[in-house]
Write a protein that binds this ligand. Structure first.
Ligand SMILES: [Zn+2]
Length: 71
């Protein structure tokens, strides 16, 4: 019997962020526009990277809004 390594995980990183208007619906903290990068890893080897933009809370890190299509 052959066992494959199905260890796939995703790592989310904030590359850049700047203050944005709005507050967090969870904790009331300040929101910020962030350039996010999601790295999909297979057996700890990055196979796919995607950059996207989202509005996150700087206090609790909640994802308030995401923009899937970033030019
Ligand atoms: Zn928050």
């Amino acid at each position: 019997m052959v066992f494959f390594c199905f260890l796939v995980d995703q790592k989310r990183m904030v590359r850049n962020s700047k203050p944005a208007a709005g507050i967090c619906s969870r904790c009331g903290g300040c929101a910020s526009v962030a350039d996010m990068e999601t790295a999909t890893r297979f057996c700890y080897v990055p196979i796919y990277r995607k950059s996207w933009r989202a509005i996150i809370c700087t206090f609790c890190g909640a994802l308030l809004k995401s923009y899937r299509h970033v030019c």
